[in-house]
Write a protein that binds this ligand. Structure first.
Ligand code: C2E
Ligand code: MG
Ligand code: MG
Ligand code: MG
Length: 295
């Protein structure tokens, strides 16, 4: 079940690549109904401290089980929704569901932070900070109970509006993470200008650090850069204990990936959180981080 939904496997339905193909337009119509019919669910993937093994938060990831086509990957339908007004509805649904779930965890003593992916276009929506403020108040949660993950694309286009929303989020106290770092246009200067508190290093770099010295050097320099800016570094796509150990040695703060846990439905994630409330990397995940690391 998890293997089918979690990984971008060959069994996933792939609509025609042509933007205006009937398949895509149908899918868009289906997506509209799916939001109302609750065919969309969030799965949750843990983010773990690489040095202590403690849970740092969970990322909410959308899953769509289409009644005819079966599971459809977010990489298929999110870009589709992004081209339309539907994205606003989709994001509102994701935030609402994520807050509802994180409130449940907080009220049972699991004070984890929930990360929600938003698209660059969502930052043009001036109603976003207000929705968050109302939602947080409704559940009696502090702003840091949620974090928004945005990709580097926020740095291109419509800067003024985007900056206004980012400022409103900062005033509210909701933290931002920069997702997929390394794949876009970011430079040191731009990174410094952004009000982000966390940088997520893209899986494409992370995956190969155990084999490739070049990739290891890239990741090490990103980790150093992120630390020098006083931000938290998160490695995406951590699949092996070897990679986790190398990352810990580099001083990377947090890991996320199949080594720690796949994206899970809420009930399963709740059990995972209970089981890992006193985690140590050695016992739980099979790697031993260096206690003292070289600079
Ligand atoms: P992302 O935010 O960078 O999420 C990380 C992706 O890596 C997820 O793919 C996750 O399932 C996958 N992953 C986690 N651990 C591993 C690992 O160890 N190895 C490998 N190979 N992959 C791993 P997923 O769930 O298919 O989501 C893909 C992208 O779709 C996300 O990338 C995000 O950009 C977007 N997305 C997902 N949910 C939402 C959402 O609710 N709203 C928006 N706007 N975008 C979303
Ligand atoms: Mg993300
Ligand atoms: Mg990412
Ligand atoms: Mg990604």
């Amino acid at each position: 079940y998890l293997a089918k939904e979690g990984r971008t496997g060959v069994e996933l339905y792939q609509p025609d690549k042509d933007r205006n193909s009937p398949e895509r337009l149908n899918l868009l119509g289906d997506l509209r109904r799916a939001i109302d019919n609750r065919e969309l669910r969030l799965h949750y993937q843990p983010k773990v401290s690489l040095s202590s093994g403690a849970v740092q938060g969970v990322e909410a990831l959308l899953r769509w089980r289409h009644p005819v086509h079966g599971p459809i990957a977010p990489s298929e339908f999110v870009p589709l929704a992004e081209q339309t007004y539907l994205m606003r509805q989709l994001t509102a649904y994701v935030i609402e569901s994520a807050l509802e779930q994180v409130a449940r965890w907080w009220h049972t003593g699991q004070r984890v932070q929930i990360s929600v992916n938003i698209s660059a276009r969502d930052l043009l929506d001036s109603a976003l900070p207000e929705q968050l403020e109302l939602g947080l108040a409704q559940y009696g949660l502090p702003p840091a109970a949620i974090q928004l993950e945005v990709t580097e694309r926020i740095l291109t286009g419509d800067q003024a509006y985007t900056q206004e929303t980012i400022k409103a989020l900062a005033t509210l106290g909701v933290p931002l993470a920069l997702d997929d770092f390394g794949t876009g246009y970011s430079s040191l200067i731009r990174l410094q200008r952004l009000a982000v508190s966390e940088v997520k290093i893209d899986a494409s770099f992370v995956r190969r650090i155990a084999e490739s010295e070049d990739d290891a050097r890239i990741v090490r320099s990103i980790v150093d850069l992120v630390r020098s800016l006083g931000l938290r570094s998160v490695a995406e796509g951590v699949e092996s204990d070897d990679v986790a150990m190398r990352l810990a040695e580099m001083g990377c703060d947090v890991g996320q990936g199949w080594l720690f846990g796949e994206p899970m439905p809420a009930a399963e994630a709740t059990i995972w959180l209970q089981d890992h409330s006193e985690a140590s990397p050695e016992v739980e995940f099979g790697y031993r981080p260096e206690v003292s690391r070289t600079a």
